[in-house]
Ligand binder design. Sequence first.
Ligand SMILES: Cc1ncc(C[n+]2csc(CCOP(=O)(O)OP(=O)(O)O)c2C)c(N)n1
Ligand code: SF4
Length: 294
Amino acid sequence: MAETQVAEDPKIQFEAKDYKSETRPIWCPGCGDYSVLASLYQAFAELNIPPHMIAVISGIGCSSRLPGYVATYGFNSVHGRILPIATGVKMANPEITVVGTGGDGDGFSIGMGHVPHAARRNVDMTYIVMDNEIYGLTKGQLSPTAHVGDVTKTSVYGSVERPVEPVDMMINVGASFVARANAGDPKQLGDLIVQAIQHKGFAFIDALSPCRTFRGLDQKKFINEHTFKVEEEEHDPSDKQKALAIAAREDGISTGLLYREERPTYDQLYDEVRERATKDPVPDVQDILQRYIP
Ligand SMILES: Cc1ncc(C[n+]2csc(CCOP(=O)(O)OP(=O)(O)O)c2C)c(N)n1
Ligand code: SF4
């Protein structure tokens, strides 16, 4: 299995600024996505991964602009298609550190069909959802992670829809690393991204990232006031039932590493298949055709 790549020359120590592209972010002032970007730079530097060994893949949305702001390989795909593209990149070159970054709408609405498959296959990648519970880029429509009663441009009398709970869902569909973070706490988020990239398998981080423009100041305040860290509760991330229980607690929003398990990754399993297949004799096409010719 491929190890996370570190700088080939041990004397080279990359710094956060080495991952900054020349494009300046155009997110609104106060958008939580700035913190996610800063934490990502920090995590890459801490792991000392050469920029040419990283691919950041996104869909469409404010949050999906992120690959343009990192000086690594990147791909800005169509709305909701982060995970199939990221899977392809990883399978084509398992040495690459693959990071998917996008919004809650991108991942859990139009892209939802891809989520369980990447998770159950245990594709070795990190998927960070910048969860603002709204569609930012298209100006404030209802997102699947919005709460019952939320007033948005498309739910003017309050949402009546039961929300998707990203963390519970990810544990249940087979993600082998599941975390939640307050984007406004770059230390916590940066540490979690480091652990997610080091994890061999599908690592998901629900980054609570306020949308200043369409959610106002209240969202940031709410996140800061209601989140608590699971480390403070001596949580055991290998216990699935406890992870689900702490994720569902109603007295606060748990953040930190909620669940982790070790199991073979998709590219590792495919390597084994490839090895077995190459040992088999190459079948003769004519022989095969003869079987179907009366
Ligand atoms: C196939 C398709 N459908 C719809 C759109 C319009 N669209 C672009 S971004 C977006 C939602 C963005 O919301 P989210 O993914 O939560 O990201 P945010 O902007 O909040 O970061 C939508 C519906 C599109 N670009 N392509
Ligand atoms: S609209 Fe919201 S999500 Fe988009 S850049 Fe502005 S604050 Fe961020």
